[in-house]
Design a protein around this ligand. Structure first.
Ligand code: NAD
Length: 354
């Protein structure tokens, strides 16, 4: 598959294919936009079928980071790295040091962090050869509580519009991935707000414990989509709103932490047709990246993070109101706003350089 013609190329500023024979590194570092500052986005290690699959993944994820970061009004751009997991045993230290060298080649235009298949310990190995990494041990720590708080605040906006309710007292909320890092913190917020929880997870023992703690009803993982509830909060997998699940939904609102909840943008159109309020995932789940900013500069402290979460809630409200007044899908509204803001920043940067 060619790069410039790739359907997800979307004018990426830089795409670096980095290989290192000795360690077995095969990585793609994608920098979607630096219009608002250095690009930031995690590094994922995955067993990809081939390099086309890795390229498609990194381009989509990188663009998604740009959209997420601009909608959270952060002074950073968006990028992402994928590593094609070497087959069999491999030397992790050598691999991540080689990744560090690749990051160096981008001169600070892009900073990475842990993501699926990569730990903070791995990122610390890359840190031996580069400063262009964030989310380090001894830094801002687990972003999940902040992500969960942002999701909770944005979900309130979804509830106000989809249910006409300003509180969650007695509201039935189905949480998928309830015992996960974000899911568990989210359940705590929702339970404290008086919601009735319906929970699913594949981690049975943790699910039993969580259900007991919040007097929640356990739902089989395959039945969560069709459950009688008011709100669906996906906090596990991507692409869970798809042609197989959409007709099962009985909820009035979809608002959760999971990335890439819609299998395709058309699913946003389908949700809108069914009168379901969808809170765009990358707007709602930006708490984690907001929290990581403290690793870039200490001025992004806890008080600043709290302020940003208030802005996140207001942004959700803005998108949902625009979607309602224009009778258009919220995901498309969010994408348009994100693209427009990135372009504005690009023009301002060009003007400043002229
Ligand atoms: P996690 O791995 O800790 O939690 C995921 C949970 O989902 C686990 O408890 C897992 O057992 C469960 N799960 C897996 N398959 C399931 C299934 N079929 N049905 C029900 N449950 C299932 O991950 P996390 O860090 O909590 O992230 C959750 C989602 O939120 C992911 O999509 C992630 O990309 C997104 N996200 C997380 C953060 C963050 O700060 N952690 C930030 C932004 C977005």
């Amino acid at each position: 598959m060619s790069l410039f013609e790739h359907p997800s190329f979307d004018n990426h500023e830089k795409v670096l294919f980095a290989t290192d024979k000795a360690s077995g590194l095969k990585a793609i570092l994608a920098v979607h936009s630096t219009a608002r500052g250095p690009a930031v986005g995690g590094c994922r290690m995955w067993t990809y079928e081939n390099s086309n699959a890795a390229l498609t993944d990194v381009l989509r994820l990188s663009q998604g980071m740009s959209y997420k970061n601009v909608m959270a009004d952060l002074p950073i751009g968006g990028g992402k790295t994928v590593i094609m997991r070497p087959e069999g045993d491999f030397d992790r230290e050598a691999l991540f040091e080689a990744l560090g060298n690749a990051l160096e080649a981008l001169n600070g235009n892009y900073m990475t962090a842990e993501d699926v298949g990569v730990s903070t310990a791995d990122i610390m190995m890359a840190r031996r050869v580069t400063n262009h990494v964030v989310g380090l041990e001894g830094g801002t720590g687990d972003p999940s509580p902040v992500t969960a708080k942002g999701v909770y605040l944005g979900l309130l906006e979804g509830a106000a519009r989809g249910l006409g309710k300003d509180d969650l007292n007695g509201v039935r909320i189905a949480v998928q991935g309830a015992t996960g890092h974000v899911g568990a913190y989210l359940c705590e917020h929702l339970a404290q707000a008086g919601a009735d929880l319906l929970v699913s997870d594949i981690n049975e023992p943790a699910l039993q414990e969580l259900a007991k703690k919040y007097d929640a009803k356990i739902i089989h993982k395959d039945e969560i989509y069709g459950v009688e509830a008011d709100i669906f909060a996906p906090c596990a997998l991507g692409a869970i709103i798809n042609p197989n699940t959409i007709d099962q939904l009985k909820v009035k609102v979809v608002a959760g932490a999971a990335n890439n909840q819609l299998s395709t943008p058309d699913m946003g159109v389908e949700l809108q047709k069914r009168g379901i309020v969808y809170v765009p995932d990358y707007v709602l789940n930006a708490g984690g990246i907001i929290n990581v900013m403290g690793d870039i500069d200490p001025k992004f402290n806890a008080q600043w993070v709290e302020g940003k979460l208030v802005t996140l809630k207001a942004t959700v409200a803005e998108i949902l109101d625009k979607a309602a007044s224009e009778a258009r899908p919220s995901n498309l509204i969010a994408d348009e706003l994100a693209r427009g803001r990135i372009e504005e920043a690009r023009q301002a940067k060009l003007a400043a350089a002229a």
